[in-house]
Design a binder for this molecule. Structure first.
Ligand SMILES: O=C(O)CCC(=O)C(=O)O
Length: 418
């Protein structure tokens, strides 16, 4: 995925000027967009600030076009901020007209696709507008959903059946060591410094997420109307794979309606906790992530149905992967065998193997089959430490919600998956 939309911490807290946007930053941004030749945008944004919804939408459309005018990394950063500003205007005006859902959608689009300049204003507007509707939402909640969701989570406990979908030789080589409630010192000496994977249990039992994220009414109540990016398809290497923006409620519906791999909908590698603060409050950063005195790079959500597959790839960071709901099969290969895993040649996929572990073509990739690997079934409540550059393949064995904590012991570098 590279340095694509989403994420991005942000500056700025919401001193509100017209349309809810801090006056000074707004003026500076408009000057910058004028320098970029965006005269029509500036004129529409000024009208939007005076309450003109059509102008706000036109400005948003113009900024959107700029975001799609070439590769993402080549987009002028001011246009990302301009997009966020137009989203704020649209949201304020929509909310004023009583259209809370559209307002939240506009704000989420600003958070996902927009730049960091107005992040504070976007967050403040989400908080305000979401709170206005939460009472109403509670009344609307359908009673049957909670029961259905609990059944869905319980349904896939038939491990025997689920294990048949694992790649050949799974669980027959070296099982990753499991340890309970390890001290930070032991983690550093035995695993971090040796770059040796380990499963740690008993460290996230106190997280509110362990119970709250099994309650669909809770999830819908705090995030149902929020827009999130999802991946649809078997996995990100397949040609029919695509990305969509849908509401969190629609996503939850799809978790139990997905019956064929082509429709698998996966909320994958998304910085959901920067976007939805209530969910961030349900988890805690494990102390292990401060090993090496480094910096936390990103927290990502991986939420999806049974059967999601993340193909074999590696990332540049230390990764503590917390399995909050459900379970996953994870296979690891050390960085030292990279050449034998046939990485893709093109730069976008350089960290992904050409080998499909679910269906290995041994004529094309003869060196893979005899390689040693480590694997495990990561159960609910466990965390797996994946050292930097270690190759990993991940398959969900039930509906599953995991959180990855990426940190680097050295200077920050860009996050990447594909
Ligand atoms: O859970 C998954 O599907 C993949 C997780 C992963 O690749 C990561 O945390 O780096």
């Amino acid at each position: 995925m590279g340095s694509e939309p989403g994420g991005g911490g942000g500056s700025g807290s919401g001193s509100s000027g017209s349309g809810g946007v801090g006056e000074e930053r707004r003026a500076a941004l408009l000057r910058r967009i004028t320098e970029e030749g965006g005269f029509a945008y500036v004129s529409s944004a000024e009208k939007a600030a005076c309450g003109d919804l059509r102008a706000a939408e036109a400005a948003r459309e113009m900024a959107w076009e700029q975001l799609h005018s070439g590769p993402w990394h080549a987009v002028v950063p001011a246009w990302r901020d301009a997009y966020a500003m137009a989203c704020l205007h649209v949201a304020e005006l929509r909310a004023g007209a009583g259209d809370r859902r559209e307002a939240l959608r506009a704000l989420d689009m600003g958070l996902i696709m927009g730049g960091p300049l107005l992040r504070g204003e976007l967050d403040a507007a989400v908080e305000r507008i979401a709170a206005e509707g939460s009472e109403k939402r509670r009344e609307e909640e359908e009673k049957g959903d909670a029961e259905r969701w609990r059944e869905e989570l319980a349904k896939n406990q038939n491990l025997e059946e689920v294990l048949q979908a694992l790649p050949k030789k799974s669980l027959s080589c070296k099982i990753i060591e499991k340890r309970s409630s390890m001290s930070l010192e032991t983690f550093i000496s035995d695993h971090f410094l040796r770059e040796s994977p380990v499963v740690i249990s008993g460290c996230i039992d106190h997280w509110p997420a362990r119970t709250k994220w099994k309650d669909i009414e809770y999830l819908k109540g705090i995030a149902g109307d929020r827009t999130v990016p999802v991946e649809v398809g078997k996995n990100y290497l397949c040609t029919e794979w695509k990305q969509e923006l849908i509401t969190f409620s629609q996503f939850l519906e799809r978790i139990w309606c997905t019956d064929c791999p082509a429709n698998l909908t996966y909320l994958a590698q998304h910085p959901l906790f920067d976007q939805i603060r209530e969910l961030r409050n349900d988890i805690m950063i494990p102390d292990f992530c401060f090993a090496g005195g480094g910096e936390l790079q990103s927290l990502n959500a991986w939420f999806g149905p049974l059967g999601t597959v993340t193909p074999l790839h590696h990332d540049p960071h230390h990764n503590l992967f917390a399995q909050v709901v459900g379970r996953k099969y994870i296979r690891l290969y050390p960085a030292s065998v990279s050449d034998d895993l046939y990485p893709h040649a093109e730069s976008m996929l350089h960290n992904t193997s050409q080998v499909d572990l679910d269906n290995i073509d041994s004529e094309e990739f003869p060196r893979v089959e005899n390689l040693d690997f480590m694997d495990c079934i990561l159960d609910e409540g466990e965390m797996l430490y994946i050292p930097p550059k270690w190759w990993h393949y991940v398959r969900s064995l039930s509906p599953s919600f995991s959180v990855s904590f990426w940190w680097s012991a050295m200077s920050p570098s860009s996050s990447e998956r594909t």
